[in-house]
Ligand binder design. Sequence first.
Ligand SMILES: [Zn+2]
Length: 133
Amino acid sequence: MWIISRPLVNKVFAHAQRMLPKECVGVLSGQGREATAWHPLTNIAGDDRSFLANPEEQIRLFRSLREQGREVVAIYHSHPRGPAQPSSLDRELATYPDALLLIVGMQTDGRLEINGFLAHDGRMEQQELTIRD
Ligand SMILES: [Zn+2]
């Protein structure tokens, strides 16, 4: 089970809405499977159907988290026109086996959904998320 506080989820949702029609990308950090801080990154992908975090920004963030003794708990992005399910591209690019792949689905009328996945044996396994108020 993964734990994310409600204020963090709200920040991720707001980031996803602000970036429309593009996808957003960012990181949640904390310890183990509990996320306690939000770190938006810049999506430098040239289209509206994929994401690529600015590599320098990401390296700087990961280094600073390491220095603070924090872990990358989740890497999130949004699907402005799709469900909160991994795309075939997401499956190919899931390169952080220990970090939760969080996806915000925005296709439903006004209601955002969020799901988390872990790459395991070449498959994406949906994880149990607890959103703590
Ligand atoms: Zn995706």
